[in-house]
Design a protein around this ligand. Structure first.
Ligand code: PAP
Length: 363
């Protein structure tokens, strides 16, 4: 399907200078080598102008597509760039919009589940509605859509004006590339940060599970080197984290900065922080009724992982949901990184984030 849609959307004959081999390279890059199983859920609508722009960007070996491009100061795939450009051009924020931001593998799925459940708890009671809560039948990515993978994917321009308030979205885009789109007063951003060691290990596993067969696997050593050089989707990780961290210090009423490890250690006080920040604090009555505890349980790794929808269905970009629930632990990196690798990453974190006030717990 993709190859025929490409021929339709890219008028090769209209441009005599156009290099057909180069177009085929771009196809391979996206993992669409003509094999239909690599094409599921992906439409090819790259314009000439876009491809020219792409070719002007620095590029490096990609993790799950052939290349990552340096776009607006961060690394991402061509299809993501296309979606982000459409998002930046067309998205209009409303007062009360909520945007969940993460670098991949920091607990995005978990944050989506928690935020959706907190915001919708009067419609869907997390205490009593144990059988008909939307989280039991839908993956969190289907309840809180990404700008770049869902709403604006393929350069689409969705009509979001009719969505119920507060509209809740998600993104992996760094703060610098998001800020102009969320200037409306009252828009709130929740950033979830995870220690870079576990984020790397989680990314490495995930990408090798979902990548197309057309792209060779990334070894742990190679992936680690790319990660430490900042070459990972939406990275460098330190710039992603620092962007939101600094903004959370500058405008705490607009950006809430949460940590994965803190949620693991003390979910209830972090849930209260989240609900207050979103303008829907828990009442004493709710606390007594066990609402906070029920939300924590409903959204727990153990509960989400065992649901049928998360074992056998697909969500983001048609990838299998089961890969989103691997171990859900803090410090799994110890099982993978050698002492020299741990030293290298530790020194990098000190160098890039030292003095910022942003610190991590690794166990
Ligand atoms: P995404 O950015 O692609 O959406 P994301 O959800 O951030 O992925 O990352 C998945 C990680 O969060 C996995 O970590 P692991 O590889 O170290 O296991 C996954 O297990 C973890 N995760 C998913 N849901 C939960 C949850 N409810 N509680 C804790 N961790 C979770």
């Amino acid at each position: 399907m993709a190859s025929s849609s490409i021929i339709k959307t890219i008028p090769i004959m209209a441009n005599p200078n156009f290099n057909v081999c180069h177009k085929l390279e771009l196809l391979k890059e996206e993992g669409r080598s003509g094999d239909p199983k690599h094409q599921e859920g992906e439409e090819e609508v790259l314009s000439y102008e876009f491809q020219e722009m792409l070719e002007s960007l620095p590029k490096e070996r990609g993790w799950r597509t052939r290349y990552l491009y340096l776009f607006q100061g961060f690394w991402c795939q061509s299809k993501e760039i296309q979606a982000i450009m459409s998002f930046q051009k067309h998205f209009k924020s409303f007062q009360n919009d909520v945007v969940l931001a993460t670098i991949p593998k920091s607990g995005t799925t978990w944050l989506k589940a928690l935020t959706y459940t907190v915001l919708n708890r009067h419609r869907f009671d997390p205490v009593s509605s144990t059988t008909d809560h939307p989280l039991l039948a839908s993956n969190p990515h289907d309840l809180v859509p990404f700008f770049e993978y869902k709403l604006y994917a393929n350069g689409d321009v969705p009509d979001l004006s009719g969505l119920a308030s507060p509209r809740t979205f998600a993104t992996h885009v760094p703060f610098g590339s998001l800020k102009d789109s969320i200037e409306e007063p009252g828009v709130k951003v929740v950033y979830l940060c995870r220690n870079p060691f576990d984020t790397f290990i989680s990314s490495w596993h995930y990408i090798n599970n979902i990548k197309s067969e057309a792209v060779s696997p990334v070894s742990l050593e190679e992936g680690f080197d790319l990660y430490c050089r900042g070459v990972i989707g939406f990275g460098p990780f330190w710039e992603h984290m620092l962007g939101y961290w600094k903004e959370s210090l500058r405008t705490p009423e607009k950006v809430l900065f949460l940590r994965y490890e803190d949620l693991k250690q003390d979910m209830e006080s972090n849930l209260k922080k989240l609900a207050s920040f979103l303008g829907v604090p828990f009442t004493e009555e709710e606390e007594q009724k066990g609402v906070v505890h029920s939300i924590s349980d409903l959204c727990s790794f153990e509960n989400l992982k065992k649901l049928e929808v998360n074992k056998s269905s697909k969500s983001i970009k048609n990838f299998e949901n089961r890969h989103l629930f691997r171990k859900g632990e803090v410090s799994d990196w110890i099982n993978y990184l050698s002492p020299p690798q741990a030293e290298r990453l530790s020194a990098l974190v000190d160098d890039k984030l030292g003095g910022s006030g942003l610190t991590f717990r690794y166990n």
